[in-house]
Design a protein around this ligand. Structure first.
Ligand code: 5CA
Length: 426
């Protein structure tokens, strides 16, 4: 992508309304624009990151046998009356009437709609287990939307729903998803700490919140220091489930099973939340099947959320410095930023163009800063948007037959011959 052809409205000034780093950086890097309180337009750069996150989530969901669907954002109040949640949900739910005076709502979550689907089609124990998921916009009329997309009113969620024949099977499904979540977040370079949780408005008895550590997190957590050194192959429920983690209001120092020197306390951002809630929705909505002996069995359910739009901000909270964002490679909007420090100079242009074409040919996503701007502006913008690699073409290095390669995360710079530079970023 050539920057002169792109839509990347970066800002020099720090927007006054932004209180935390991710909000500030998302606005400055031209990733989002606030349409109204808690509601955002995703601009090209921000959307690219969100789509990368979606892709990782879908790959990991598909890997464990979940199937993707897409439910509507608008739902009839009638379904929520059947589950008994319509009155309970309170002011966070946006309710309205259509032109025929039918009561509708903008879905804050989708247990009712998915249970309605299952009750229509799934009639036999042979048709379960089944896990369906979607990535869809939700609306919750939060009293205090804040921190940009971290706590929005409209936000993108991955929500999955499982249906099993009995508790044993439902528990296995829960464990499978638990482990898959750890892997999903690890692919984004995040160590997620699963904290046992109350299941609140969703209801139920087995529930974990997945928290990542960041100073600006909204919840206080205590956890075993061993979490910081977990590798991917150790992330089973059996291993991780043994490690201590608790929300601060549940942490009792006297009863804590691990010694003080192994205990860490931090702020956490909740990026996912999973629930097992048995027959809370399947019973009232009638999601039942015929069992092997002809008996009627009410399906056991769980639901599994990931804050997709929140993750974009959470990853920034965990990966930034004074200059800007430092994207992990797996979610970076482009892998390489190419800077031509002297537009109009034949030699730098020839080299930069040839790098641009080589990378494109190899399928490497590259953003080429071909603007007629000062070098300082180009450096600042490139550090701000945080692409993992920078290839810098200037008149000085060209004379030496080299280009400069900078790794945004480590800050390491080296001047190397062109071929070697390409090898480093491919
Ligand atoms: N039905 C269940 C899971 S499918 C559910 O709604 N769970 S939830 O309420 O915990 O939301 C799931 C995830 O969405 C949360 O872990 C959080 O990461 C994200 N989320 C919740 N509220 C907001 C919000 N206002 N803005 C951004 N993300 C949010």
């Amino acid at each position: 992508m050539r920057l002169t052809h792109y839509f990347l409205p970066t800002l020099k000034e720090t927007p006054a309304e932004a209180q935390i780093a991710s909000h500030r950086l998302m606005l400055r890097a031209g990733m989002i624009n606030q349409t109204t309180a808690g509601i955002y337009t995703w601009l090209p750069l921000g959307l690219r990151v969100m789509e990368k996150i979606e892709k990782i989530i879908c790959e990991e969901q598909d890997r464990i046998g979940c199937h993707k669907v897409l439910m509507p954002t608008l739902q009839p109040a009638e379904l929520w009356r059947q589950s008994g949640r319509y009155e309970d949900y309170g002011k966070e739910m946006l309710r309205f009437k259509d032109r025929h005076e039918r009561e509708m709502l903008y879905g804050p979550t989708n247990e009712e709609v998915i249970t309605d689907i299952i009750r229509q089609y799934v009639k036999s124990y042979r048709q379960v287990p089944q896990i369906l998921y979607q990535i869809q916009w939700k609306f919750r009329d939060e009293v205090r939307p804040r921190f940009g997309v971290m706590r929005g009113r409209e936000f993108l969620m991955k929500d999955g729903y499982s249906f099993d024949i009995d508790f044993e099977s439902a528990k296995k499904t829960y464990e499978r998803i638990f482990e898959s979540y750890l892997r999903t977040f690890a692919r984004m370079d995040l160590t997620a700490i699963p904290v046992r949780a109350d299941s609140g408005a969703i209801g139920g008895d087995m529930s974990h919140e997945f928290q990542i550590v960041a100073p600006t997190g909204e919840s206080g957590i205590y956890y075993d220091a061993a979490f910081d050194n977990l590798t991917l192959d150790q992330m089973t429920l059996e291993n991780v489930g043994k490690l201590y983690a608790a929300a601060d209001e549940k942490h009792d120092p006297a009863a804590c099973p691990i010694s003080q020197d192994k205990l860490k306390s931090a702020r956490g951002i909740e990026i996912g939340h999973i629930f097992y809630f048995g027959t809370k929705y399947s019973e009232p909505l009638g999601a039942k099947v015929v069992g092997p002996d002809g008996q009627i069995i009410t399906l056991e359910m769980g639901s599994y959320g990931i804050g997709v739009s929140r993750l974009v901000a959470a990853i920034i909270e965990a990966n930034h410095d004074e200059q800007g964002i430092k994207w992990p490679e797996s979610v970076a909007p482009f892998k390489v930023g190419l800077l031509n420090l002297k537009m109009g100079d034949k030699r730098t242009e020839t080299i930069a163009e040839s790098i641009y074409h080589s990378l494109n040919e190899r399928g490497i996503e590259v953003l080429y800063d071909d603007r007629d701007e000062r070098a300082g502006t180009k450096f600042a913008d490139m550090d701000l948007i945080g692409l993992p690699w920078q290839l810098i073409v200037g008149t000085k290095t060209i004379e030496a037959g080299t280009v400069e390669v900078k790794n945004r995360r480590s800050g390491e710079r080296s001047e190397v011959p062109l071929e070697q530079a390409l090898k480093m970023v491919i």
